[in-house]
Design a protein around this ligand. Structure first.
Ligand SMILES: [Zn+2]
Length: 297
């Protein structure tokens, strides 16, 4: 009897417990299915181009078929953000890692990534830089028995079905370190994506002279965080991007992006995405060629 009484008195508690479990299960299922729906329409993307929100810095992750590429890895302060982002997407290996140039806001987070992930080739421009972050990175590469591929204008390689052309640097003697930036154009299925690192107007004018309309792209990673030292009118007119992503931190001390750059981009009708406003910004290219953009903060 004692047992029955006990059961009787705890019946409401059991009902509440069952309801709580049911509610949790429902919430989890709902989240699972709504997330699945969120990505269901881009499951068949031929290429995914992710611009990560790494504050004042650059980091782009590209997936084409089973092949993956990382262009820059943000500053040291956001290295865990980048690591978590890649791990959350099931990335175990980066086939190609590109350090556009040796500045900290591009390579600060790279040593950590190279320690945590398997990787194939690492590319850099042919320039040396005397900074602890850069020298640390070289040491990490050396420790893994890897060598650096020096990228220069004219090189072409593939990432899965995509063709990747190196458009810059063309020269070997620039005054500005930013002009050594490795500039890449990725093309697939009639669309293309242009990644300019921090290339300034000197490199831009060389590219306009060498490629002209060949700079045309659907998505442009705007040079140098939207600074007015980049994005010359001629370069932006040649590229005529449909979408322009500016990788930039909120209230940064450089006052990036500059109003001049925003005006130039507006003139060619580009849709502008600022990473500090939109968060991570991802473009999915469907087999039909349709581009779907998703942003998340
Ligand atoms: Zn930079």
């Amino acid at each position: 009897m004692g047992i029955f009484s006990k059961n009787k008195s705890s019946a409401p508690a059991i009902i509440v417990g069952v309801l709580v479990v049911a509610l949790v299960a429902f919430t989890l299922c709902y989240e699972y299915f709504s997330n699945r729906n969120r990505y269901a329409d881009v499951d068949d993307a031929v290429i995914e181009v992710h611009f990560l929100d790494v504050g004042q810095g650059d980091c782009a992750f590209i997936k084409c078929g089973e092949k993956t590429m990382l262009i820059d890895a943000g500053d040291t302060s956001t290295q865990i953000t980048v690591e978590r982002y890649l791990k959350a997407r099931g990335v175990e290996r980066l086939d190609i890692v590109v350090a556009t140039h040796p500045h900290k806001d591009h390579i600060g987070g790279m040593a950590n990534i190279l320690k945590k992930f398997d990787y194939g080739e690492i590319m850099m421009p042919r320039v040396v830089f005397d900074s602890p972050v850069y020298l640390d990175l070289l040491e990490v590469i050396d420790d893994r028995g890897k060598t650096v591929t020096k990228a220069a204008a004219g090189d072409v390689f593939t990432l899965g079905e995509a063709e990747v052309k190196v458009l810059a640097p063309a020269g070997t003697d620039y005054e500005e370190m930013n002009d050594y930036s490795v500039v890449l154009k990725i093309s697939i299925g009639g669309r293309s994506y242009l990644f300019t690192g921090d290339a300034e107007k000197t490199s831009e004018s060389e590219m306009v002279a060498a490629y002209g309309d060949g700079l045309r792209c659907d998505v442009l990673k705007v040079g140098h965080h939207g600074s007015d030292k980049s994005s010359s009118k001629e370069f932006i007119v040649a590229a005529r991007p449909t979408y322009a992503v500016i990788s930039v931190g909120k209230n940064n001390s450089y006052n990036h992006p500059s109003p001049a750059t925003l005006k130039t981009l507006a003139k060619v009708g580009a849709g502008v995405f600022l990473t500090y406003e939109k968060g991570n910004t991802v473009f999915y290219q469907k087999p039909s060629g349709e581009l779907i953009c998703r942003t998340e903060k």
